[in-house]
Design a binder for this molecule. Structure first.
Ligand SMILES: Cc1cc2nc3c(=O)[nH]c(=O)nc-3n(C[C@H](O)[C@H](O)[C@H](O)COP(=O)(O)O)c2cc1C
Length: 213
């Protein structure tokens, strides 16, 4: 086993974060405050989030994607609708997303239902992307088996010739919005007495509770 892996059990970090007293009534207000703080503190990839979906057999799967927008109290990201996550979401729209900002000793866990955003919105974002990314969205049959990396390069070259000017959005590529029903804010505190503040949506109102760390 590696030397670093052997040391893991001896690593006892202590945290000292800002307190979560007097939180706002809206979890989106707190999310925005924490997101701005993460960017200001130069957290690496502040908008990277782990999205977990559940497959037909009940097996969960997780991957990182980029949050691209928080609008109408929904968390929006873009991907391939035919990918593993897309296939799983088509059968079970429940999903969880997780942000981890280590410098701030913060984690945000969000669960809810996922739906596709409108084709017009996906078109608008797709057209704003660099040409290389647009061709990549066509070239990558995301999550399918690949014989070798040449196959991908060949497809990109073919697509580059096929679309000499504007690249249209592939129908299988677009945005998802996660509509949250629960958002938990975790703030690291000394001696493992961390703060956990949970907002749950009940009858259109966000209720706050606290959990043991
Ligand atoms: C930092 C980072 C950002 C990523 N952002 C995205 C993204 O915005 N959209 C996406 O489809 N994949 C993104 N990926 C790739 C995914 O993690 C994943 O490999 C891909 O979406 C296929 O997932 P699936 O097979 O589970 O559907 C990102 C990976 C990393 C490490």
């Amino acid at each position: 086993m590696s030397e670093e892996l052997k040391k893991l059990k001896d690593d006892h970090k202590d945290f000292r974060g800002e307190s979560l007293d007097n939180p706002p009534s809206s979890p989106f207000e707190l999310f925005s405050t924490w997101f701005d703080a993460a960017v200001k503190n130069q957290e690496l990839e502040s908008n990277a989030m782990c999205v977990s979906t559940v497959g037909q057999t009940g097996m969960p799967s997780s991957r990182i994607v980029y949050l691209k927008e928080l609008r109408n109290e929904e968390f929006v990201y873009y991907t391939n609708y035919s990918s593993q996550k897309g296939t799983e979401l088509a059968l079970n729209p429940n999903a969880s997303i997780l942000f981890f900002w280590p410098k701030m000793q913060r984690q945000i866990r969000i669960s809810g239902m996922t739906s596709k955003i409108s084709a017009e919105e996906s078109d608008a974002y797709f057209s704003s992307r660099p040409r290389e990314s647009q061709l990549g969205a066509w070239a990558s049959h995301q999550s399918e088996l690949l014989e070798n990396s040449e196959e991908l390069k060949t497809r990109v070259a073919m697509l580059n010739a096929k679309y000499p000017e504007e690249v249209p959005r592939p129908p299988h590529w677009g945005g998802y919005a996660l509509i949250p029903i629960e958002i938990e804010f975790w703030q690291g505190q000394p001696s493992r007495l961390h703060d956990r503040l949970v907002y749950s949506l009940m009858e259109n109102t966000w209720r706050q509770t606290r959990k043991n760390p």
